[in-house]
Write a protein that binds this ligand. Structure first.
Ligand code: GDP
Length: 424
C-alpha cells in the first residue's frame, strides 16, 4: 500500500485535475479532503472535457472508488447537478464508486446567499469570492452551526437541529444584512429535493478507508487550490477558508493517523491567480493578454479572466516547503513556446531590501519582483513525450526552476490531454 497527495503549490489552477486524472490509474481510491464547489479541476479524457467542482477526479476511472471526505463543504444542490452533468456524458456514478463521508458538513441554503451579501457589503474591499458560500460555510462549521451529512438519517433530530440554526441565522440575515428571512418550509423542500437524493452515497467513509488500508489499497488525496490560498499559510485574508495543504489531507479525508508517502506539488510554468489580493509578478496590458490567451487562462468555475505573470520562484519555493512536496509536476510548459526571452522572478525587493524569502502577508503588497531572463525555445513542444527530445532551452528552463525551488521536477506537462506528459 502507498498513498500520495496531489496539491497546488501556488494560487490554484496549476493543473491538479489533469495530474490526478493521469495518476489515478495507479490508485484504488481518490479522496477530496477540503474545499467545495468553488474548485474547477479541468480534465480532458475519452469521455470529453470536464470542469469538476466537487467530484474527485478519479470518477472517470473504472474500479476507482471516489470519496468526499469530512473536510469538504458538501453542497447537495451543486453536487447533484454535477453528478447529473458528468453521468450524462456516459460516466457511471453509483454508491459503489462515489462515497460521501457521514461526517462531511452540509453547505446550507443560506451560505451562498451570505457570501454574496458580504461581498456586496465589502464593495471595493471584497475578497473576490466565487460566491459558492465557502467562507460562510466554514465559519459556521467552526462555530458548530451546520449539519453533518449523516444527520440526514435521523430526520426528527435533524428537523429540530435545523429549526435552531434557522432561528439563529435569520437574525444575521435580516438584522445585519436586511435581507428576507429563510423559512422551515424552504428547508424542508431543500431536504426533499436535494438531500434525499445524495443519501445513498453517504456512509462511514472513515471505516471504509481504515478497512481499505488494512486490505493494502492505495489512496490518492486530491486538494483544491494551492499553498498560497491555504487558510493558515497563505496570503491571508486572500486565502480560501480551509486548509489546502497536504498536511491536512489525512484529517480531512477520514484517516487522521495516516502518513503520506508521496506529495506531488503541481506548479504552472508561469503564474496565474483568480480573485483579489497581492500578486507580485502580475503583468498588465498586451503582454498579459498574450500570455492569458496562450494559456487560455479563464476561470473553470466563473469564466473570469485570470491574472497572469511570469513564474514566481519566491512564492513557489515557499509553496514547495509549505506542502512538503516530494516531487513536482510542472504544467503548461508548452504555453511559453511563443516567448523569445522568458522572465522568471527570482527575488523580491521589500522595503528596499532584496530577499528570496516569501514575506508576511501584510508586507507582500509592497514587494517588487526582480527578474532573470532565460532563453525561449521558439518551437511547438506539445507533441514531445520524452525529456531528451525537449529543446535544450526548454530543458534549461525546467532545470533552472528545479534548482531554485529545491525539489525534483518529475513530470513535465506539455498539453491538457492525459498523455501530453513527459516523465523524468
Ligand atoms: P486545477 O484546478 O489545478 O485542476 O487547474 P485548472 O483545471 O483550473 O487549470 C488548468 C488548465 O490548464 C485546464 O484548462 C487544463 O486543461 C489545462 N492544462 C493542464 N495542463 C496543461 C498543459 O500542460 N498544457 C496546456 N496547454 N494546458 C494544460
Amino acid at each position: 500500500m502507498s498513498n500520495c497527495a496531489i496539491v497546488g503549490i501556488n494560487w490554484g489552477d496549476e493543473g491538479k485535475g489533469r495530474m490526478v486524472d493521469l495518476l489515478t490509474e495507479k490508485y484504488d481510491i481518490v479522496v477530496r479532503y477540503q474545499g467545495g464547489g468553488n474548485a474547477g479541476h479541468t480534465v480532458i479524457n475519452e469521455y470529453g472535457k470536464f470542469a469538476l467542482h466537487l467530484l474527485p477526479s478519479g470518477i472517470f476511472r473504472n474500479g476507482v472508488v471516489n470519496i468526499l471526505g469530512n473536510g469538504v463543504a458538501l453542497d447537495p444542490e451543486n453536487l447533484l447537478k454535477e453528478i447529473k452533468d458528468v453521468a450524462a456524458k456516459g460516466v457511471p456514478i453509483t454508491p459503489d464508486n462515489l462515497k460521501i463521508s457521514d461526517r462531511a458538513s452540509l453547505l446550507l441554503p443560506w451560505h451562498r446567499e451570505l457570501d454574496a451579501l458580504e461581498e456586496a457589503r465589502l464593495a471595493d474591499k471584497k475578497y473576490g469570492s466565487t460566491k459558492q458560500g465557502i467562507a460562510p460555510f466554514y465559519s459556521d462549521k467552526y462555530q458548530k452551526k451546520t449539519v453533518l451529512a449523516g444527520e440526514l438519517f435521523y430526520p426528527d433530530e435533524l428537523k429540530a437541529h435545523l429549526k435552531d440554526l434557522l432561528e439563529w441565522k435569520n437574525l444575521i440575515i435580516t438584522k445585519v444584512y436586511g435581507a428576507p428571512a429563510h423559512t422551515m418550509d424552504e428547508l424542508e423542500k431543500w431536504l426533499c429535493n436535494y438531500c434525499e437524493l445524495i443519501k445513498p452515497f453517504i456512509c462511514d467513509t472513515g471505516a471504509y478507508l481504515k478497512k481499505a488500508v488494512k486490505g493494502g489499497k492505495s489512496i490518492l488525496f486530491e486538494a483544491q487550490l494551492g499553498a498560497l490560498r491555504d487558510l493558515d499559510y497563505g496570503i491571508y485574508p486572500y486565502t480560501t477558508s480551509s486548509n489546502a495543504i497536504a498536511a491536512y489531507a489525512p484529517v480531512g479525508s477520514g484517516l487522521p493517523g495516516a502518513k503520506i508517502d508521496e506529495i506531488i506539488g503541481v506548479v504552472k510554468a508561469y503564474s496565474t491567480c483568480v480573485g483579489e489580493g497581492p500578486f507580485t509578478c502580475e503583468w498588465f496590458g498586451q503582454e498579459a493578454v498574450r500570455l492569458r490567451d496562450a494559456g487560455f487562462e479563464y476561470g473553470a468555475k466563473t469564466g473570469r479572466p485570470r491574472r497572469v505573470g511570469p513564474l514566481d520562484i519566491v512564492a513557489t519555493r515557499y509553496g514547495v516547503e509549505t506542502q512538503g512536496a516530494t516531487d513536482i509536476a510542472l504544467t503548461k510548459l508548452d504555453v511559453l513556446s511563443y516567448m523569445e526571452k522568458i522572465p522568471v522572478c527570482t527575488h523580491y525587493i521589500v522595503n528596499g531590501i532584496q530577499t528570496d524569502e516569501f514575506p508576511f502577508p501584510a508586507a507582500l503588497g509592497d514587494a517588487k519582483p526582480v527578474f532573470e531572463y532565460l532563453d525561449g525555445w521558439g518551437t511547438d513542444i506539445s507533441g514531445i513525450r520524452t525529456w531528451e527530445e525537449l529543446p535544450e532551452a526548454a530543458r534549461a528552463y525546467v532545470l533552472f526552476i528545479e534548482e531554485r525551488i529545491g525539489a525534483h521536477i518529475k513530470y513535465v506537462s506539455v498539453g491538457p490531454e492525459r498523455d501530453s506528459i513527459i516523465i523524468r
